[in-house]
Design a protein around this ligand. Sequence first.
Ligand SMILES: Nc1ncnc2c1ncn2[C@@H]1O[C@H](COP(=O)(O)OP(=O)(O)OP(=O)(O)O)[C@@H](O)[C@H]1O
Length: 337
Amino acid sequence: MRTYMLRMTIDELMEMMPWIEDYFSSFAIDPARFRDNKLEELSSIIGEDYFVEKGSSYSDFIEGFFLFIEQVRALQQESRFMVESLTVLPGKDKKGKKESFLVELKKGEVTAIVGPTGSGKSRLLADIESLAQEDTPTGRRILVDGRSPSDEERFSTEGRFIAQLSQNMNFVMDLSVEDFLTLHAESRMVDEISHIIRKIYDTANVLAGETFSRNTPVTELSGGQSRALMIADTALLSPASVVLIDEIENAGVDKVRSLELLVSNNKIVLISTHDPLLALSADQRLVIKNGGISKLLKTTEDEKKHLKSLEKIDRKITLLRDRLRTGEEIDLSDLPV
Ligand SMILES: Nc1ncnc2c1ncn2[C@@H]1O[C@H](COP(=O)(O)OP(=O)(O)OP(=O)(O)O)[C@@H](O)[C@H]1O
């Protein structure tokens, strides 16, 4: 790509990337004067002395030029991930009855999706994930920031602004945890890669409970550890502004902390759950009945008040589960009635 660009004329480059004018200006070069010259000819036309006078050199100028292009493109990419709201326009339930209201999901909000087994919770997540346009069994349409999504937003595998954490997360790459995170951080062009990797790694270990090392191959992580790693990675490094979670409660991770972590990063979070603690930790819950959205309930102040005691009960159940897992005998008199 570099060689190709070096052989392009300034005019051709400007047509492709008008914003490179700013880079030329920072060297007090007017690109219009060199419009028919190739980029690689600038050294001989302008002369090395000119760049030395500016406290630089031609090779620094060229290096900086390509770095500038990379950074602007990364910024452009980043802004495509910023989503303020999603709107779910009414579709039909399993009997063909129209849903009676639309749902708007906003940045920084957590919405739980509740309903009996088989009622259509995962279907709603799948509709959002695919940005459905009346082309799924529900006939729902999803709007992004109030508009229809472009084909690129719907079908491109790169640059998705939606991340999905499903029940089974299996890695296929043969990389260590450290290499996996480095690769991801490099592709995001973040500064201070080692700092962010440490943060994700530490967070994942807290969420998983069962610790793993940075050298562990990702393929050897347990189900809970993989999920914890992906949750920490999604919260701290992924640019995705919409996070869809399918039944985190079965993942063997600290579910409440996971949710807090995702929310504190100002994303739109949807979580399908049968867990009362998670459902009531959300700002609102969508009730699914027979394939259709039947209610949208805001979490009441009263419900929030009960969260603390629910957390206590949940901690006891978790403790009980851990003791059973490690083969201990259980004293049930310890449990609340
Ligand atoms: N509105 C609808 N119209 C037609 N089919 C639907 C509709 N909603 C859901 N379904 C279908 O019903 C089946 C069960 O739905 P789904 O898997 O989403 O249930 P669920 O609530 O996630 O269940 P579980 O709690 O067991 O995970 C799926 O095949 C899904 O495609």
